[in-house]
Ligand binder design. Sequence first.
Ligand code: SF4
Length: 353
Amino acid sequence: MNAPDPQTILDWYDRHARRLPWRVPPARSKAGERPEPYHVWLSEVMLQQTTVAAVGPYFARFLARWPRIDDLARADLDDVLTEWAGLGYYARARNLHKCARVVVSDHGGVFPDTEDGLRALPGIGPYTAAAIAAIAFDRAATPVDGNIERVMARLFAITEPMPDAKPAMRTAAARMTPAERAGDYAQAVMDLGATVCTPRSPACAICPWCDACIARAQGIAEELPRRAPKRARPTRRAVAYWMVRGDGAVLLRRRPEEGLLGGMMEVPSTPWEERDDFHDAPPVEADWRDLPGLVEHGFTHLQLQLKVKAARIDGRKARFGVWVPVERFGDHALPTLTRKVVRHALAHVGKGA
Ligand code: SF4
């Protein structure tokens, strides 16, 4: 059995590279053209935890609105969060904005071209630093995400369960990284993981590394990488209060900067607690009524259930948050959870309470 050769996958990439808006096609990349670091960075931050298909329209909108990094650095944070809404993980959008400012203020608007330099920027972890260093600057860096871990696990038949298998995957990936065309190589392995070496039913028959792949030879490709048994996600519960003023405005408040949905607008609720019941603690006295059903929302590590109560409120009694007419909700960066609560409340009480 042959050892896998990086050149084999580069040849495959030359013929099959996905056309992506932030990417320079292989023919031009081989001629020395590099993609705009701003585009690579933006796409990589957006792609964390999200698919290429989902990111496309966001990427286009961001660039149309903020064509260069200085434009993004000058943008209002709320505008950035509003454009980001729907991509989730809002801390990333806040860091994106912070990073743009640091690149402009400390680096003259030019991204550092090394992994270490990139790592020092807000919101850029080891994977993103390696991806930008490789793709934008052709450094022999090794970005290792879930796709690349899967390819390495199969190529070298790494059978330890996750996460213990990670160091072996990382070492294998680093050893494979070529000194030449490292950026194209990184993107080639990303493409292979996304289109051929998929989690279920890998298309080994058309894989450029078919002859070298140990897991395929052993018939265990689909089983890898092995996962440790999953722990159930805990459920947290809370009560959200839909407060409507006489003129129809609804009370929203900003969540604390730290923690889940940090700094995002929400319908005020009790703290999200791991408990079996819904602890009711209305922020103001009123004639509260329970709305039927629950709002459910999944975060990576927990499941949230919200019961929603609604009441008409004397605006002078609520001394927190901001009163927002329902028609103006679009002006605020509402995360998906808040939008679910809004939809739930409007479906049951309309624009009244
Ligand atoms: Fe993945 Fe199959 Fe290719 Fe191995 S041969 S790398 S399992 S697609």
